[in-house]
Design a protein around this ligand. Structure first.
Ligand code: UDP
Ligand code: MG
Length: 321
């Protein structure tokens, strides 16, 4: 591939402190590159690594024109490193995204690309089984199901960012200026034809997960709050339920006061004040939340819709004399 012709495909790989696995990664990718029947490039992003990753990237890219390296100024986190990669990917047909720790087998590109040729704009990998401990697996399992039940649209479960996107999907992602990015959700949001390919997720070959617990929680929260107003709606519903229950309880206390007479002085009024007003407060928070949610979705500046195709009868387009 010469510098002048653009590659058909880009492979985007964010790397953070991956010096131990780097050589094995590059070897696997090189093998995949020669097996491809079309021109492909590899975009390696160094996410402010503290080890030799940046140097390794630099050396590889200077000696191999199929590779380009993007070095970030500091650690920005996986999702932003990926975004940097997508912005710099030059693949004209499709862009594949994968992790650099070889948990995602790059050989899957053949399956992805075949699906792409069948007409799918997004092909994401679905993990058949995770080779992690039971607790972690349970946490992932319940998270993805919770997210699916509250999301405004369908985000496929048990799939991460690993997958392939067509050029037009990536262009849409790049055009979205939102700060807190949850790319797999944004990818679903873009739409077009999407499908999954099942695979076995390997364990990390070297080192431990670079995601800290805090980062993982942040990602999980983005996955829910960026795509759903369910939590706010839930507060409003809770408020309504509280008020209903409090009214029943109030009626019961008034009944006791007048017909049984075992209620101490002031108790009914006190109970009423507490339960009724906590309900009113919850509803008020919910109402404020409704406005905040609208502001939130507005400032995201996402396009209102994405057109897949325009069908017009060409004859009618001609100006009438
Ligand atoms: N990564 C990154 N920046 C970070 C954390 C991770 O670019 O701040 C990269 C990392 O090098 C790897 C990918 O993102 O290529 C996935 O990270 P990791 O394996 O730690 O996540 P996990 O597989 O545990 O979800
Ligand atoms: Mg990993």
């Amino acid at each position: 591939m010469s510098r002048l012709t653009l590659p058909d495909l880009s492979i985007v790989i964010p790397l953070y402190n991956e010096e131990e696995v780097f050589h094995r990664l590059v070897e696997r990718i090189d093998n995949v590159l020669v097996s491809l029947p079309f021109a492909a490039e590899v975009v390696l992003i160094d996410d402010g690594s503290r080890d030799q990753t940046a140097t390794l990237i630099k050396n590889k890219c200077l000696g191999d024109e199929r590779y380009q390296g993007i070095l970030l100024s500091r650690n920005h986190g996986h999702q932003l490193a990926l975004s940097a990669g997508l912005s710099n990917a030059r693949g004209t047909k499709a862009i594949m995204v994968m992790d650099g720790d070889l948990q995602d087998p790059p050989e899957l590109i053949h399956d992805f690309f075949n699906k792409h040729l069948e007409g799918f704009d997004v092909v994401y990998a679905i993990r058949k089984k995770r080779k992690e401990n039971l607790l972690k697996r349970l946490a992932y399992w319940s998270y993805y199901r919770l997210q699916r039940s509250v999301s405004n649209f369908e985000i496929p479960i048990d799939s991460g960012d690993f997958g392939l996107m067509s050029r037009r999907v990536v262009d849409q992602l790049i055009a979205m200026p939102e700060q807190s990015r949850y790319l797999r959700g944004m990818r679903s949001w873009v739409g077009f034809k999407q499908t999954g390919v099942a695979y076995n997720r390997d364990t990390r070959v070297e080192g431990t997960s670079n995601y800290t617990f805090k980062q993982l929680m942040g990602l999980a929260f983005n996955g829910i709050f960026n795509f759903s107003e369910f939590p706010i709606k839930f507060i409003t519903r809770l408020g309504i339920i509280t008020i209903l229950i409090s009214l029943v309880y109030l009626a019961y206390n008034i009944y006791r006061k007048f017909f049984i007479g075992d209620v101490p002085l002031g108790f009914t009024a006190l109970i009423m004040a507490i339960v009724l007003f906590s309900g009113v407060q919850l509803i008020s928070i919910g109402i404020i939340g409704e406005y905040v949610v609208r502001i939130f979705f507005q400032v995201k500046n996402r396009p209102l819709f994405i057109v897949s195709e325009k069908i017009v009868d060409k004859k009618e387009e001609k100006p009438t004399p």
